[in-house]
Design a protein around this ligand. Structure first.
Ligand code: ADP
Length: 259
């Protein structure tokens, strides 16, 4: 049982290494980073000590999503110190190490080295590390599986992405690496009208559940396409930290992941 495994060591020996919860997707733009941020914040609101690692080395976004843009990460004893946030979720991203807009034209081994630094930082206080992986199945993902094997992986898709082979490939990457799939999240599922709040389903309803069943994995829930999520995310205020329906949706997701 993945959920049991994720939380198993909470009452165990003093300061066990944080368990890694990887968040992956087959392709970019499906909201994987947004999901990672808000899942981390929602888990923290459940009283779990959560850290967030932005493993999207080439396209980091967690500094912005957690309102820490412009903050530089410091080092102590040759290890990076996670950047504190207002949401109780310490975070480390390339965005805390490089200047904004600086090109990251690195080869695979350098990116893997950067990932290692982010993961081998001072995460002593964290019980769970949510790791926002780059989309697809490249060097960073392989390093992750070989050096820092996740306790579980959450897969993010959109209704449009569900039928595509990309998500399946992401799932295969983890299962072949011996990482249990916690489940599938369908993001941008349904559209919340910014005027009246009514939710409609331009891409139909139930696709995520059907796909998850077909793939033999759990369905964790759907997050609607909601302009409030984009606005708050862009402003560095994770919607999961608020008290609107968006926060409820992420809280439900965190409950399914944690229980
Ligand atoms: P990825 O990490 O998969 O590339 P992002 O998390 O960067 O995707 O999301 C891409 C864009 O979509 C961002 O502008 C983000 O604010 C927006 N977005 C993500 N999820 C939602 C949602 N449920 N509702 C509205 N906008 C969203």
């Amino acid at each position: 049982e993945v959920r049991v495994a994720l939380m198993a060591e909470r009452d165990g020996p003093a300061k066990p290494a944080p368990r890694i919860l990887a968040v992956g997707s087959g392709k970019g733009g499906v909201g994987k980073s947004t999901l990672s941020t808000n899942l981390a914040v929602a888990l923290a609101r459940r009283g779990i000590k959560v850290g967030l690692v932005d493993a999207d080395i080439y396209g980091p976004s967690q500094a912005r999503l957690l309102g820490t843009e412009g903050t530089k990460a410091l080092a102590h004893d040759k290890k990076l110190v996670p950047v504190a946030t207002r949401w109780g979720v310490p975070v480390l991203s390339m965005g805390h190490l490089i200047e904004p807009g600086q090109a990251m034209a690195w080869r695979g081994p350098m990116a893997a080295g950067a990932l290692t630094q982010l993961l081998e930082a001072h995460w002593e206080e964290a019980e769970v590390l949510v790791v926002d992986l780059p989309p697809g199945t490249g060097d960073v993902q392989l390093t992750m599986l070989q050096k820092f094997k996740p306790a579980g992986a959450v897969i993010v898709t959109t209704p449009q992405d569900l039928a595509l082979i990309d998500a399946t490939r992401a799932i295969e990457l983890f299962t072949k690496g011996g990482v249990p799939i916690v489940g599938l999240v369908e993001n941008m599922a349904g559209y919340v009208c910014p005027h009246c709040g009514e939710e409609s389903d331009p891409f139909g309803h139930g696709g995520g559940e059907t796909s998850a069943r077909g793939l033999g994995i759990d369905f964790l829930g759907r997050i609607p396409l909601d302009i409030a999520i984009r606005r708050q995310s862009d402003a560095g205020e994770p919607p999961a930290a608020g008290d609107g329906p968006q926060a409820e949706a992420f809280a439900a997701l965190a409950a399914r992941v944690a229980d």
